[in-house]
Ligand binder design. Sequence first.
Ligand code: PDD
Length: 276
Amino acid sequence: PKVYLNGDILAPDEAKISVFDRGFLFGDGIYEVMAQIGGQFLYQEAHIDRLQEGLQKIKIDFDVRLLDTEIPKLLDAAELHGKDCLLYIQITRGVAPRKHAYPNQITPTILMYATAQTLPDINDVLAQVVSMNDFRWSRCDIKMTSLLGNVMANEYGAQKGCYETVLFREGLVTEASHSNVFFVRDRVVYTHPENEYILSGITRKIVLELCAQLGIKVMEEAIAIEEVVKMDEAFLTGTNTQIASIKQWDDHFFYHGDTIEGVTKELQWAFKELKE
Ligand code: PDD
């Protein structure tokens, strides 16, 4: 693999970042992950726009349009041009003596790498998830590199052999450690509204668009944790998760068999077609 660091294309062990980089010391940076499928990045504009918005929210001065020319350079060097891969982009505030306030004169650190990865046409994994209290801060809309809350939440599920840990705040399901959460009841799709308690997922947006196209009603409404068992279906969305059906949620089973059905399946098919 190759790493892009501040304009240079390097081997991973040549790429060096200062220990005084605020990304390292404070987790003071924004990241993005997008998937290249069939020769193009899925919803590239939406990902790049979200990156710019995140940078604006934390006042990192960087114009993401620069990436339009830099991403192809990295993909060429990594021999991934047009190939299925995941691209990671991280922009941190830069290097400065450790003081909490934003330094005045500072140059952001731009890091990117791409890894060859082919996502399945349809994610046919029947996911097992556990729920836990969402103890993260109240700005989960910011796609920041300080992911300790998400890492701890995911680890809690991983210890129980689960793919994801779903989170609830004041009794309402927000999202999962690295994906958004959806429910279906009587063919109506429910998901947490876009606000500061969730990341506005691009895959979430795609699913909302697909629902509109398929004539499936959507309610952007948070579901109470005790209502979960009353739902017909539940699924996760995310760039690497795609649309993953939830089979088991704590002790509750949405499915007993091994076949994904219902609205989740319809959306998975529509998502597959969108990628082609
Ligand atoms: N995770 N919620 C959280 C907390 C996330 O970290 C992610 C993405 C999502 C889904 O967003 P999108 O559909 O835009 O990928 C929701 C990325 C993939 C990651 O951290 O690797």
